[in-house]
Each structure stands twice: as C-alpha cells, then as structure tokens.
Ligand binder design. Structure first.
Ligand SMILES: [Zn+2]
Length: 207
C-alpha cells in the first residue's frame, strides 16, 4: 500500500494507549502527502481511547470519520478490524495537511474530540459531560501532554490546543486561550457531532 496510514484508533481492552514515539510535532510533520509503509504503526494523529467491549465502538470511529469528512479531509476507510495489533478500530489513510493557523489547530482539536463525543452520545444519549470534569481533564492533560496514560485522542487534542494557544498568544492578544477556550471548541464539536452531523455518524456506525 502506498498511501500513508494516519488515523484514529481505539486500543483493545487491557491495553493502554502507547505513547507517541515521535511526538506530535513529528506526527504532523509526517502528515503531509508522503507515502509511508501502511503495515507499520501509524505515525499520524492516532485517535484512540481505552477499548470497552461494546458494539458502540463503531460510533467512536464514525465520529472521527464524519468530522474528517465534514472538514474536507480525505481518508480511505474506517474499520473495526484494523491491522494494528491491540487496536479495535481505526480510520485509515487520513491525509491531514499540517495546520498553519489557529483555525487549522482548532480543527485538529475537533478531529481528536469527535470520537469520544460520538461514543458518549450513543452511550449516554442526551447527557454531555459537565464543564468541571472536562476542564479538569484538559488541565491534567496540559500539565503532562506526553503522559502515557492519556489516550492518543487526548494527547492529540491537548497538543493541538497548546500549539494553538502558543500561536494565538503571539499573533492575537485578544483571542481567548487556555482551558476555557478549549472547552468552547469541545462544545462546538459536541453540537456538530451530537446534533448537526449525528445522522451521518449513525449511518456510518451502522454501515
Ligand atoms: Zn479515537
């Protein structure tokens, strides 16, 4: 296979997400259009969460896939039978150009958040996480963005958030940064995935 495999993946039960060996800046540097061997572990924005034995895993991957589709990011396919040992789901062949501005980084945050949000929508239906636990989660992740106990999705979200803040603090002093701004992006993504795009997420999940 000659297309690169950058993707969102969900580790199987009993496995913790592995720390990104290359770090996110490397991941995104690799996420242009250069081919990488498809049988190797993806180096890109892997988006994963601890596997719960549940048929709803499909919703997590569908959330990522629909978010990519909505923002015009090509990918090859989403599967619940990935070639990656230890993962229960994956979106393959995501061709995500490196973000060059704060909007691009906000999109990366949305792509990372979409899996968890779709999963939460189907598992808890109408409830969304309250602000306080989400903020605590963001702050904890920001304090140690390479913590191996974070899921790849959490690492990707927080990495994009921190890079966005750094960019905005240089470029535009008036823009909100920090966890409350990240919460706003998370809530926007909830609206998109749980409401606007939910029919698409549902259709992909049940395909
Ligand atoms: Zn994910």
């Amino acid at each position: 296979m000659d297309t690169e495999d950058l993707g969102s993946s969900m580790p199987r039960a009993g496995r913790r997400p592995e720390p990104s060996p290359a770090g996110l800046s490397d991941s995104y540097r690799l996420s242009g259009f250069r081919p990488v061997p498809s049988e190797s572990r993806p180096r890109g924005p892997e988006m994963s969460r601890p596997r719960l034995h549940s048929p709803y895993t499909a919703y997590h991957e569908a959330g990522h896939a629909v978010a990519f589709w909505h923002h015009g990011v090509p990918f090859r396919y989403a599967t619940l039978e990935p070639r990656i040992p230890g993962n229960a789901g994956h979106v393959y062949g995501i061709r995500l150009r490196p973000a060059v501005d704060s909007d691009g980084l906000a999109k990366e945050m949305r792509f990372a958040a979409a899996g968890d949000i779709a999963y939460g929508r189907i598992m808890r239906s109408s409830q969304v996480p309250a602000d306080a636990p989400l903020l605590r989660r963001f702050i904890r992740a920001a304090a140690n963005p390479e913590d191996p106990f974070l899921s790849a999705d959490e690492r990707n979200f927080i990495s994009a958030a921190l890079r966005r803040d750094a960019m905005l603090s240089v470029e535009d002093a008036g823009q909100a940064i920090g966890p409350s701004a990240w919460l706003g992006i998370w809530r926007d993504t909830e609206q998109l995935i749980r409401v606007t795009l939910w029919p698409a997420v549902y259709a992909v999940s049940n395909a």
